[in-house]
Design a protein around this ligand. Structure first.
Ligand code: NDP
Length: 449
């Protein structure tokens, strides 16, 4: 790493030594954009790196709520409004016990580059809470969401910041959050949240978008090697929103997904997860809120491995779709030994820095999440467009636009990597392409913007 860039990395570590996930995300970007910083002196002259690593605003707040026994519980709420140079802040809410400021900063930082890549005018932010919706009643989740919104409503809005879902925040939570927003403000601020239900301004295909988008991206990567997804065995982690629809699109495109997981373990179905079995998972996860192990009890020939990730299973393609740092260098080696050709991140930062190095050195096509999972936020952007028009598009229209956006993101990352001398390096390509647009907008708007 160049000395100037290294000094920026060192300084952010010194300022916030405990924010490990943020350091990791920042390192990945800083380590790969050096050629752009060297080629265009204006970025260093305008202190763009120093400014871009620092969030524009951080909001932290108390979220008190009453549980089913009438006991008062306190959680911590966050919103990190990272960068609004190219548009209003945009990024999801995550409700998970692992949420802290470092995690929020890593996600908001990533989101800034990802949103830039979509080509839509969206800045980057992220928020959430250490609240765990798992095991809570609907009434408890509603109480929490109502309290959370009673603070955050004053910091969001269609021209300011437009949140969406993430881990632990699905259709149910977005519904409660939106209901609370409408009640507090006496407004149908349809653009204030995305991922809404279809009866109150949601977009068709938003639920499917992140998973579908990741598979579209991997299809484009395979095309560069004159290969398709047809007949390929896919190892998928997670069983939430992203994993569910990655699996559905894989099935539709003729691949064979054989694994899914949750935080307790993974299932391996050598016969392949088909539409019927996937319908069971959707009901299990989205309605009954059960565990993935129940899949192995339901279907014959399926094995369940508790407390393990699926990366030792043989497959041509891998899709980590659960959470950050779920695939390490040892896992990456196992995938390579088993003949894996492409790893496409559905989750945010699921591969460790060491794993990425092993994959890239091993000649595996590797798609970083900020490019390959950008279909979710891109379709959130399309939901905002439809809301602004007071109109809606058909599923096919939205899916077609999503597909086009993913093809463009792939092309942009691919071409940029080539231009900067590292063909096939999607990490460098995505980071530089995402950076240039935000950096140029920051310079154009002056130091104080
Ligand atoms: P969900 O909450 O719907 O699903 C998350 C899945 O990951 C669940 O299967 C969950 O298992 C598992 N998981 C969560 N934490 C852990 C952990 N610490 N260890 C192992 N497994 C874990 O979330 P999404 O599917 O929406 O999000 C998944 C990933 O995709 C996240 O990284 C998110 O940031 C990213 N993403 C999501 C987008 C979206 O549109 N939803 C857009 C872009 C990125 P369990 O049920 O046991 O907790």
């Amino acid at each position: 790493m160049d000395k100037y860039i290294e000094s920026i990395y060192k300084s952010l570590v010194e300022k916030d030594p405990l924010q490990k996930e943020f350091h990791q995300a920042a390192y990945e970007v800083l380590a790969t954009i050096e050629p752009a910083i060297k080629k265009f002196p204006k970025y260093q002259e305008n202190a763009i790196l120093e400014r871009i690593v620092e969030p524009e605003r951080i909001i932290q707040f108390r979220v008190p709520w009453k549980d089913k026994n009438g006991k008062i519980q306190i959680n911590r709420g966050y919103r990190v409004q990272y960068n609004s140079a190219i548009g209003p802040y945009k990024g999801g809410f995550r409700f998970h016990p692992t949420v802290n400021l470092g995690v929020m900063k890593f996600l908001g930082f990533e989101q800034t580059f990802k949103n830039s890549l979509t080509t839509l005018p969206m800045g980057g932010s992220k928020g959430g809470s250490d609240f765990d919706p798992k095991g809570k009643t609907d009434a408890e989740v509603e109480a929490f969401c109502t309290s959370f919104m009673s603070e955050i409503y004053r910091h969001v809005g269609q021209f300011v910041d437009v949140p969406a879902g993430d881990i632990g925040v699905g259709g149910r939570e977005i519904g409660y959050l939106y209901g609370a927003y409408r009640k507090i403000t006496n407004m149908h601020g349809t653009c204030v949240l995305t991922g809404k239900g279809l009866t109150f301004g949601g977009s068709l295909a938003r639920t499917e978008a992140t998973g579908y988008g990741a598979v579209y991206f991997s299809e484009e990567m395979m095309k560069t090697k004159k290969e398709s997804l047809k007949g390929k065995v896919a190892v998928v982690s997670g069983s939430g929103n992203v994993a569910q629809y990655a699996v559905q699109k894989l099935i539709q495109l003729g691949a064979k997904p054989v694994t899914m997981s949750d935080s307790d373990g993974y299932i391996y179905d050598p016969a392949g997860i088909d539409e019927k079995k996937l319908a069971f998972i959707l009901e299990l996860k989205n309605v009954k809120r059960g565990r993935i192990s129940e899949y192995a009890e339901k279907f014959k020939g399926v094995t369940y491995e508790a407390k393990k990730t699926p990366w030792g299973v043989k497959g041509d393609l891998a899709y980590p779709c659960a959470t950050q740092n779920e695939l390490n260098d040892k896992d990456a080696k196992k995938l390579i030994d088993n003949g894996c050709k492409a790893v496409t991140e559905g989750a945010n930062m699921p591969c460790t820095l060491e794993a990425i190095k092993v994959l890239q050195d091993g000649g595996v096509l590797y798609a970083p999440g900020k490019a390959s999972n950008a279909g979710g936020v891109a379709t959130s952007g399309l939901e905002m467009v439809q809301n602004s028009q007071r109109y809606f598009w058909s599923f096919e229209e939205v899916d077609q636009k999503l597909h086009g956006i993913m093809i463009n993101i792939h092309k942009n990352a691919y071409d940029t990597a080539k231009l900067f001398g590292k063909p096939g390096d999607y990490v460098m390509g995505a980071n530089i392409a995402g950076f240039l647009k935000v950096a140029d907008a920051m310079i154009a708007q002056g130091v104080y913007a």
